[in-house]
Design a protein around this ligand. Structure first.
Ligand SMILES: [Fe+2]
Ligand SMILES: [Fe+2]
Length: 342
């Protein structure tokens, strides 16, 4: 049987699937998890648990070992053989007596939590396991990058930054397309140059791979030390990629996208046309997309409001000529960037 315990597996909340045949325990733990701000979905045996995992994409599964029909260990094996569910971390709920009947399945590679469950410990364990999983799945570009690394591989890293950041799903692709459209609108026709602009826009935040998830996902404002780390990401990108032939001419955006027209940006406080053209184009698009996107800490701003903000930053943060082109051609740019050609 399948239960919906908390309303909706939606938004960016962490979703936990609980599989346990003890219904009163199931409801109790689900209520505790919901109180600790997790979304909870649940099932009472293995088959429906697997179906729930496939359909609900939980971030983590909490599962009793001693289930009817299939043991928890067998369910875990089934989940690992399916590409949709194989990366979901599983934590077993154990009682003192579990080791008698199904001794064989116990392994030091599994994670266990003992019943009865203490809510504070449970929430802390879930967070630490999720953190470990995310970090383990992170690429290690410094170790992997060489002259043979493909652009697709770099794109995967850009997506993993987006995932890690968790605030910007879809942002990378949108800004790359809109930057290309704006570059064309400004009269850039050289295909090689356009290709470099596209690549650079796609990889603009790749230097964030060097920033810890704790800083990237910090719910409150960053302290001075954390801001220093954050401000380092354009330099990291440059240092990481400058020797790679495929990208050495595409680094103006990753390196200079936080510079400002008035010279108050970072990392090098460049001003005006000292800032490479590609970065001046990109920074308008980046801010436009950030303001019009919903993030966990803010609502999306309307397009009209956002265009007013962009206009107000002309000559301060942005190159006035680029802002003028962006605002004048805004509808056409969106069409070029996001719609199929007619
Ligand atoms: Fe950035
Ligand atoms: Fe961005």
């Amino acid at each position: 049987m399948i239960y919906n315990v908390s309303p909706g597996n939606i938004g960016k909340k962490t979703t936990i699937l609980v599989i346990d045949d003890d219904v009163s325990f199931l409801f109790g733990i689900s209520r505790l998890l919901a109180k600790a701000d997790f979304n909870v979905i649940a099932a009472t045996e293995g088959i429906s648990g697997i179906a729930r995992a496939q359909a609900g994409h939980p971030d983590l599964i909490l599962m009793d070992i001693n289930l009817p029909n299939m043991t928890g260990f067998q369910v875990k094996k089934a989940l690992e053989s399916d590409s949709h569910t194989q990366l979901i971390p599983v934590v077993f709920l154990t009682t003192i007596n579990d080791n008698s009947e199904i001794n064989d399945g116990f392994s030091s590679e599994n994670e266990y939590i003992t019943k009865p469950v203490d809510t504070t410990i449970l929430a802390a364990r879930i967070k630490s396991i999720l953190h470990k999983t995310k970090t383990a799945n992170l690429p290690n570009p410094l170790a992997e990058i060489d002259q043979t690394t493909s652009f697709d591989r770099f794109k995967q890293w850009a997506y993993s930054v987006e995932m890690l950041d968790e605030r910007a799903i879809g942002h990378t692709c949108r800004v790359a397309n809109l930057t290309l459209a704006l570059a064309r609108s400004l009269g850039i026709v050289d295909e090689q140059m356009l290709d470099n602009i596209y690549k650079g826009a796609f990889l603009h935040d790749i230097g964030k791979l060097a920033i810890s998830e704790r800083v990237l996902n910090k719910p409150g404002p960053l302290n001075d030390e954390e801001w220093d780390l954050m401000r380092h990401h354009p330099t990291v990108a440059y240092d990481m990629l400058a020797s790679i032939d495929l990208l050495k001419d595409a680094l103006d955006i990753p390196h200079c996208h936080h510079e400002r027209w008035d010279g108050l940006g970072y990392p090098n406080r460049l001003a005006g046309k000292e800032i490479p053209l590609a970065a001046r184009i990109f920074s308008v698009v980046d801010v436009y997309d950030a303001l019009t996107s919903k993030r966990p800490y803010k609502e999306a701003q309307s397009e009209t409001e956002t265009l007013k903000v962009i206009h107000s930053l002309s000559g301060k943060q942005f190159d006035p000529a680029i802002v003028e082109n962006f605002l004048e051609n805004f509808e056409a740019l969106k069409k070029w960037a996001f719609q199929e050609p007619e």
